[in-house]
Design a protein around this ligand. Structure first.
Ligand code: SAH
Ligand code: SF4
Ligand code: F3S
Length: 491
């Protein structure tokens, strides 16, 4: 006879970049193997995890508020385990426990595989458990690298953006040390995973139904795996190998570092039909003095040349960028240079952030955070206005053209009721979000859409499908969950 037991429940909240989305998938995969089920509500969870980001102060403050919301559950059910995991755990360690004493686990980005064992230890001992990788100066390079190595992926499809889209880590850490940035500390030294492991992982994902993979690295185009025998696998080699996998339809990679945008990679993007014609290459500023203080290792002139080369080698490529406004010492004149760069560069879109001083970074130690908050805000809005005008002009150029859309799910914009057709959303080969009416069965498929209208961030159109011509008129479709747009949970 078997005794009925309820499976333990885990709740996880994720902020930050795609790396964190992937890490949460791996943690949930590991816990499910131990018998856990995923819950959407912290109120009935046995384990509550916060996967955190430290890139800006706001991200950290939001996490502390979220931890505060777990307090009632912890008070009424003291056996509930509350864990802070990821970048903030690695960066702040003891400080997390000081600000949030109820926390039972503090687990850094390189130690996530240990979560099941740490939960057991916390329950057994009643004492908080810490699992952190070495600081960048706490050992030899090899030792520090080993302490950040990510574990064999125990993936969980339920945590993916959609069942047919998956993230794949190809690179861990970062060695660029931009002066404003915490990532080299939170993610450790740059390491490029073995290409065989990556290609095998992609094969498994495709077998499980993935049609699109997004390869992740902080500076993904710096990927170079040294085989130790004089051979090196570059990103261009890796995507060429992956291209042969039957069933895989799209390959994306983010984020690119301007200095490492080599011609072999651009040629591969042009020549390989499955590779998305979209490059996210953050410039951060259009002013050389600012770029120097940021230690980005290039000038605005270099970036302009790189951009021209991208467009020449990959005709029709869409490019997007990141900007930090109000960095230390940014004058009106330096800001104007950034505005000029945005105005002329015709980025598909840009992510614009107000500088947030991060304790422990080079910039925090060297340069005063001297641009007032109100000025940062104004520059942010001004730059956004210039970018939005360009995004709209770019989007409107697609009107009258046909695009291939990988359909992700029902659109968040709105669901049409009263018929079998609803509004679907997907992305084109240049990463343009596209909305059109169609039946649910198109979800997960690539559809040709004639673009009829456009806003700054969305193309609107009509699908060229037999299904759409109204064959199916009797059945009301089952409601689908809106596509989970968690890929860019920018905080
Ligand atoms: N590895 C990627 C992105 C890292 S973080 C890259 O190098 O491009 C994502 C973005 O956050 C950065 O591109 C930058 O624009 C922004 N960012 C990083 N640190 C920041 C800080 N201290 N304040 C404000 N924005 C920051
Ligand atoms: Fe941060 Fe610079 Fe590395 Fe990007 S390249 S993660 S901005 S240090
Ligand atoms: Fe990503 Fe934030 Fe960490 S941007 S790498 S989750 S500090």
């Amino acid at each position: 006879m078997t005794t009925a037991t309820t499976a333990p429940k885990v709740y996880i909240e994720t902020v930050g970049c795609q790396m964190n989305v992937l890490d949460s998938e791996l943690v949930v995969g590991t816990l499910k193997r131990q018998g856990y089920v995923l819950t959407d509500t912290p109120a009935d969870a046995d384990v509550i995890l916060f996967n955190t980001c430290s890139v800006r102060e706001l991200a950290e403050e939001k996490t502390y508020s979220a931890i505060g919301r777990a307090l009632p559950r912890k008070r009424s059910h003291p056996e509930t385990i509350v864990g802070v995991i990821g970048c903030m755990a690695q960066k702040d360690q003891e400080h997390v426990r000081k600000r949030a004493p109820l926390v039972d686990l503090v687990v850094g980005t390189g130690q996530l595989a240990r979560i099941p064992e740490l939960i057991t230890a916390a329950r057994k001992t009643g004492a908080p458990q810490f699992a952190l990788s070495l600081g960048r100066a706490d050992g030899g390079r090899h030792e520090v690298e080993a302490s950040f190595e990510s574990y064999d992926p125990a993936r969980d499809p339920q945590m993916r953006p959609t069942p047919f889209q998956a993230f794949v880590r190809i690179q861990i850490g970062c060695d660029k040390f931009c002066t404003y940035c915490v990532v080299p500390s939170t993610r450790g030294p740059e390491q490029s995973r073995h290409p065989d492991h990556i290609v095998n992982e992609v094969r498994v994902l495709v077998d499980q139904g993935a049609k699109e993979v997004t390869l992740l690295g902080q500076t993904v185009n710096s990927y170079a795996h040294d085989h130790g025998d004089g051979r090196t696998t570059r990103l261009s080699d890796l995507i060429s190998r992956m291209h042969d996998i039957a069933g895989l339809e799209r390959i994306k990679f983010v984020t690119n570092y301007p200095k490492d945008m080599t011609d072999d990679l651009l040629d591969a993007v042009r020549e390989l039909p499955k590779v998305v014609k979209y490059l996210h290459v953050p410039v951060q500023s259009g002013c050389d003095d600012v770029l120097k203080r940021m230690k980005r290792n290039y000038t605005a002139g270099f970036y302009r040349e790189m951009l021209a080369r991208c467009r020449e080698r990959v005709p029709g490529v869409a490019v997007s960028s990141d900007f930090i406004v109000g960095f230390c010492g940014e004058t009106e004149e330096s800001f104007r240079k950034t505005v000029d760069l945005v105005a002329e560069s015709k980025f598909k879109n840009s992510f614009i952030f107000k500088y947030s001083e991060r304790p422990g970074t080079k910039a925090a130690g060297r340069f005063p955070d001297d641009v007032p908050e109100a000025v940062k805000k104004r520059r942010n809005n001004d730059l956004l206005a210039v970018q939005n005008a360009n995004s709209l002009a770019d989007a409107r150029e697609w009107i009258g053209r046909a695009v291939e859309v990988l359909v992700e799910g029902p659109s968040k914009v709105g669901v049409k009721t009263g018929g079998p057709v609803r509004q679907l959303v997907g992305r084109t080969m240049t990463d343009h979000i596209t909305v059109f009416d169609g039946p649910d069965r198109l979800v997960g498929r690539t559809v040709t859409v004639d673009v009829t209208d456009a806003s700054a961030f969305t193309l609107f159109g009509t699908a060229r499908t037999a299904e759409h011509v109204g064959v199916e008129t009797t059945r009301e479709p089952e409601p689908l969950a809106p596509a989970r747009r968690i890929g860019l949970a920018v905080v």
